[in-house]
Write a protein that binds this ligand. Structure first.
Ligand code: FAD
Length: 169
């Protein structure tokens, strides 16, 4: 699916758009930006806050640890929020299994902005960055980071199709 979507397009990976915005902007009439919006504007109005996650992987000598791919833990006295048992995503037949425990962590320690913290302060800051973005006619914002929202995969694809529809319309 991805190969077909990229047919006829030049593909360059491993570059940070914000390291040389002018260079990449010169290559296209419109830019679909999927990174963090505060980063795009050099954090000029302040930092948006995120929650991050630390993953701890473990190999267990059993063919089945929890019976399903994902179990969520919501109790305050359990330090992790989820256990993923990877083999159940793809029905792997093996005598051992790998699990990953997900521990909530402050953004900054692991460096990955996973979940936006949509409180009043951050939403207001996002609105201000959005005002700046609206003044850039070359810019399209897509995805969870640029839209400062938590999206599951289905919502991400829906939002991408809606945006493509608007651009064609
Ligand atoms: C911990 C976690 C667990 C999740 N679990 C589930 C789940 O169980 N089920 C589910 O449906 N969804 C889940 N999701 C959500 C799913 O991962 C997202 O909905 C999806 O990845 C969002 O796609 P995206 O394109 O918006 O963002 P991303 O997948 O984050 O893609 C953004 C892209 O932009 C690129 N980028 C960012 N900044 C720059 C820059 N400056 N220059 C160049 N490129 C840049 C990044 O490299 C990346 O390729 C989970 C998300 C997280 C964080």
């Amino acid at each position: 699916m991805v190969t077909k979507m990229l047919e006829g397009a030049d593909v360059i990976t491993g570059v940070d758009f914000n390291q040389d915005q002018d260079k990449w902007r010169a290559k296209a009439r419109k830019v679909l930006y999927t990174g963090a919006l505060d980063e795009l504007f050099g954090y000029s109005l302040g930092h948006l806050e995120y929650r991050s996650v630390r993953f701890e992987d473990e190999r267990i000598e059993t063919d089945n640890w929890q019976g399903v791919a994902v179990v969520s833990y919501t109790s305050a006295d359990v330090p992790y929020t989820r256990i993923i048992e990877h083999k159940h995503f793809e029905w792997v037949d093996s005598p051992v299994t790998w699990i990953s425990r997900e521990y909530p962590e402050e953004f900054g320690k692991s460096g990955e902005p996973y979940y936006p913290i949509n409180n009043e302060r951050n939403n207001e800051l996002y609105r201000k960055y959005r005002d700046l973005a609206d003044q850039c006619e070359w810019l399209l914002l897509g995805g969870r980071l640029a839209q400062y929202a938590y999206f599951d995969m289905d919502k991400t694809i829906r939002a991408a199709l809606d945006l493509a529809g608007k651009c064609n319309g």
